[in-house]
Each structure stands twice: as structure tokens, then as C-alpha cells.
Design a protein around this ligand. Structure first.
Ligand SMILES: Nc1ncnc2c1ncn2[C@@H]1O[C@H](COP(=O)(O)OP(=O)(O)OP(=O)(O)O)[C@@H](O)[C@H]1O
Ligand SMILES: [Mg+2]
Length: 469
């Protein structure tokens, strides 16, 4: 049976326009109403599958109507229509449980697409497939471990906003799981059968970033001997994850703004603009508002990105997650390195819980990994985790990597991680620890090499004993 849609807007022209779009393209049954209070009465009596409502109405605000509707039927999908000027209210609406929002003026395709997705979502929910099952469908996103209040509320937020197409900005200190969260947003979205493309804004050098992102046409520059697709085109229909967006230079920020605003971009050397249907997720450990004040980040881009915002909590705010995270990493690395570690002594757990992790979960993970490598018995002791750290990592015992016993994703991750370590350690040795020269030789940005060093757990600080009893 065709679904039923209720549209509420005080402007009759708008009601007519939207119902015409729907009637031309779908067989949904549409009811329209220009008085929000009457709409509420109708809603109580009829079983609708979707409500579309305008935020600005004279007799009752859209937000209020949304609240009332959600009180009657918490599982109903609601799409909000808003003018650009009230985008903040739209965000509030999403947080109040709206499914998605559309800004005026909108195109026919945009509204039909959003309605289609909302109906699809509705079908999934009403077929009584538990949300968890939908979310657990594929194993592409690694699990996010932890049960602290701070993490739980972040996870709820992710689940809530994931099925919408709203842009998400994730901030947080380094190593808090921003990338993990971004992957979860994609995973829990209705786009999870389409690609998630990650752009590491620090890693791509400034002179190629534009063509990497937007592609180029044949002859655009020396060496461009044929057309090349950019990451944006590859992400079409899916999600584009802009990692470390705070590191993007101003001129790229401007081009990105256009993509976010109009869904349009131009391959390098082309005169034709192209369209892309993309959901954006961005992450940074910068304080973007400070960057705006310093003139290194565009304010308008910030507003575009900052539609749904959440911060990954640092480990200091969720110490109660340390034991379960430690266990998780111990199992992972014991399997990988075929080590006997099965448990962590209670002294070691206490020490970990009291430790100050400047690198958050990433640092904890690196320490446990090291501990597992150095452990000699089935119990990880304080000494394995904190004091066995060799000042010269190159002299760490040879470990055989047991990746055939691991699921593909984890094995791939582990092998890549080993490659990073070996490459970076070798590179630094070759250049006597001179980072500028090493970066030049590797043809990467200095900043990026710093990051890689940190990510591979090779920061000199890491080798110092920070734990004091
Ligand atoms: N809650 C968690 N459960 C399991 N693993 C986690 C969790 N949080 C982070 N990790 C692990 O810690 C490491 C760092 O996470 P991630 O790369 O997502 O952090 P980030 O915030 O993007 O860091 P950076 O700012 O340095 O880029 C990864 O190996 C990730 O798998
Ligand atoms: Mg990251």
C-alpha cells in the first residue's frame, strides 16, 4: 500500500508545489494543511508515514508542532522545510528528532530524494528490523568500545543523525576516535552501500589537492594525459570524510565551500561544472573558532560544516572506559602477535586508569600493543606496559605477525601499521632524526610526517617513562 504523507505549511503555494512534485513522481497519498493546530488533529486520527512541515508558521512554530507530533508518535519521520536564515533552528529540529531538513528554495529532485529516503527508512523501521540489526549489517566499521556516559551520549548522537543527510562536524583531541566516529556515521546511514571516501587534508600536498579532490581533464597540466576522476566523484551517492579539515588552505576552503553549498565542483582544466550527491563528514582537532579569529579558517565554511556538531570526549573524561578498552586491545594484539597475554593484572589496570594519556585512546592502544609484545606470561603486568618500553624501538624483539588468523579488515590494518612503523623508523634513522629532510625525501609534508610519527606511537615522549607510582 502506498504511504501517506502529511504536509503542513502556512503558504498555500508551497503546499501545492510539493504535492504536485509528489503526485507526478510517486503514488504516495498526500494530505495538506495550512493550519498547524488542525494538522495536529488530523495527525492524531490518521496513520501517516511521513510529515513534512515548515518551520516558520504564524500560529504554532514548526518546532512546537514537531514536538507535539513526536509525543503522539515518536517513531514518525518528519522532514523540516526551512529558509537558509533559520538553519540553526533546522539543526535544533534534527536534534529534536526530525529526520532531515530541506532549505528553501529547493529543487524538485532534492525534495523527492529526501522523501524517498525517509520512506525507505520508515519501511526498514516498520518492518520491525531492529535498528541494531540494520546497523550491524556489515562489518566494515570497527566497533567503538566503551560504556561511559560521555561516550554513550556521543554514540546516541551518531545513531540519531546518521540516517539524515546533514553535514556532521566532529572535533576532539587527537586519538579520541574521530575517524572511528566518522566511519560509524557512514555505516549507520542509508548510504552504507555506497562508498565512504576519506580525504586526509594534511596528507595531500597543496599543489595536487584540487585535482585529487575534483579530478582533472586531459591536458589540464603537464602530465595530465587523460581525464582523471577525483575523490568527490568517487564519493557520489556516498559520504565524503574530510579528515583534518583545519589543515586545509584558504583557497581550497573556498572551493570546498562551493561544493558544500551548491553540490557543484569543477574538475581542474574543465569549464563545465558537475554535480555530486554527497554527505559530508568533517573532523579536526583544531579549535576552528580560534582559527576563524586568526584568519586561517573561513567562517562561512565553518557554518556550513557545523550543522550537526559533536565532540569526541577525551579519555580523561571517561576513565571508566580504560579497563574495557585495554582488554579489547590486549585480545586484538595477543591474537595478532601470537602472544600468551590473556589478562591484565589489577595493578596494571589501576595504573592505566590513573595514567594521563595525552594521546588518548591511540596512546592507550599503542601502550597495550607494546605490553603484549614484551609480555612473557599470560598476564600483562605494570612492567610490561610501562617500563619495558625500549628507548630504541628498533631493538624491540622480532615479532611474527599472525595475520592469517585475523579477520581481513584487522589483518590489513595490522600489516599497514607495521609498514608505517618500519618505514618511518627507517626514514628517520636515515636522516638522523631530521624531520624536514626526512619529509622531503619521502615527498610528504613535514606536518604530515609529524602526524605519522605520532600515530605510529614513535614520539620520543612515548619512550619516556611517564608513569610514576
Ligand atoms: N572507543 C574506541 N574503541 C575502540 N578503539 C578506539 C576507540 N577510540 C579510538 N580507538 C582506536 O584508537 C585509534 C585512534 O582513533 P582515531 O584514529 O579514530 O582517532 P582520531 O581522533 O581520528 O585521532 P587523530 O586526531 O590523531 O587523527 C584507532 O586505532 C582507533 O581504532
Ligand atoms: Mg584522525
Amino acid at each position: 500500500m502506498a504511504g501517506r504523507i502529511l504536509i503542513v505549511d502556512d503558504e498555500k503555494d508551497m503546499l501545492l508545489l510539493i504535492s504536485r512534485f509528489i503526485a507526478e513522481e510517486t503514488d504516495y497519498r498526500v494530505t495538506t494543511e495550512n493550519d498547524p493546530r488542525k494538522a495536529l488533529e488530523i495527525f492524531e486520527k490518521t496513520r501517516f508515514d511521513l510529515v513534512i512541515l515548515d518551520l516558520k508558521m504564524p500560529k504554532m512554530s514548526g518546532i512546537e508542532l514537531l514536538r507535539q507530533i513526536k509525543k503522539i508518535r515518536p517513531d514518525i519521520s518528519v522532514i523540516i522545510i526551512t529558509a537558509y536564515a533559520t538553519i540553526e533552528t533546522a539543526v535544533q529540529a534534527i536534534q529534536e528528532g526530525a529526520y532531515d531538513y530541506i532549505t528553501k528554495p529547493f529543487q524538485r529532485e532534492r525534495i523527492l530524494l529526501t522523501i524517498g529516503k525517509a520512506m525507505q527508512w520508515r519501511a526498514i523501521v516498520s518492518e520491525n528490523i531492529a535498528l541494531r540489526e540494520v546497523l550491524g549489517q556489515t562489518d566494515a566499521a570497527p566497533p567503538i568500545i566503551g560504556a561511559s556516559r560521555a561516550l554513550k551520549s556521543t554514540l546516541e548522537m551518531i545513531r540519531h543523525v546518521a540516517p539524515t543527510t546533514a553535514t556532521v562536524l566532529i572535533t576532539g583531541e587527537s586519538g579520541t576516535g574521530k575517524e572511528l566516529a566518522a566511519r560509524a556515521v557512514h555505516q549507520y546511514s542509508l548510504r552504507n552501500d555506497k562508498p565512504l571516501i576519506t580525504v586526509n587534508c594534511t596528507a595531500i600536498s597543496e599543489n595536487v589537492i584540487e585535482s585529487e579532490l575534483f579530478g582533472h581533464v586531459k591536458g589540464a597540466f603537464t602530465g595530465a594525459w587523460k581525464d582523471k576522476k577525483g575523490l568527490v566523484e568517487e564519493a557520489d551517492g556516498g559520504t565524503l570524510f574530510l579528515d583534518e579539515i583545519g589543515d586545509l588552505n584558504i583557497s581550497m576552503q573556498t572551493k570546498l565551500l562551493r561544493l558544500l553549498q551548491e553540490g557543484e565542483y569543477k574538475p581542474v582544466g574543465s569549464t563545465r561544472t558537475r554535480k555530486a550527491d554527497i554527505r559530508f563528514v568533517a573532523a579536526t582537532n583544531h579549535d576552528l573558532e580560534a582559527d576563524i579569529r586568526n584568519g586561517t579558517f573561513r567562517e562561512d565554511l565553518f557554518f556550513r560544516l557545523n550543522v550537526i556538531y559533536f565532540q569526541m570526549p577525551g579519555l580523561a573524561r571517561r576513565r571508566e572506559d580504560i579497563p574495557v578498552l585495554s582488554e579489547h586491545f590486549m585480545k586484538k594484539y595477543a591474537l595478532l602477535y601470537q602472544k600468551p597475554a590473556r589478562r591484565i593484572s589489577s595493578e596494571a589496570l589501576h595504573a592505566l586508569a590513573a595514567y594521563s594519556f595525552s594521546g588518548n585512546v591511540r596512546e592507550l592502544e599503542n601502550m597495550i600493543e607494546r605490553g603484549v609484545i614484551f609480555s612473557r606470561s599470560d598476564t600483562l603486568e605494570v612492567v610490561d606496559i610501562f617500563t619495558s618500553v625500549d628507548p630504541k624501538p628498533a631493538e624491540a624483539p622480532e615479532v611474527s605477525c599472525n595475520f592469517l588468523d585475523m579477520p581481513f579488515r584487522e589483518a590489513k590494518e595490522a600489516v599497514i601499521k607495521q609498514f608505517y612503523r618500519q618505514y618511518i623508523m627507517g626514514l628517520l634513522e636515515q636522516h638522523n632524526g631530521n624531520i624536514s629532510r626526512a619529509a622531503e625525501k619521502a615527498e610528504i609534508q613535514r606536518q604530515y610526517l609529524h602526524r605519522l610519527i605520532k600515530e605510529a606511537g614513535l614520539e620520543t615522549e612515548m619512550f619516556k617513562r611517564k608513569y610514576e607510582n
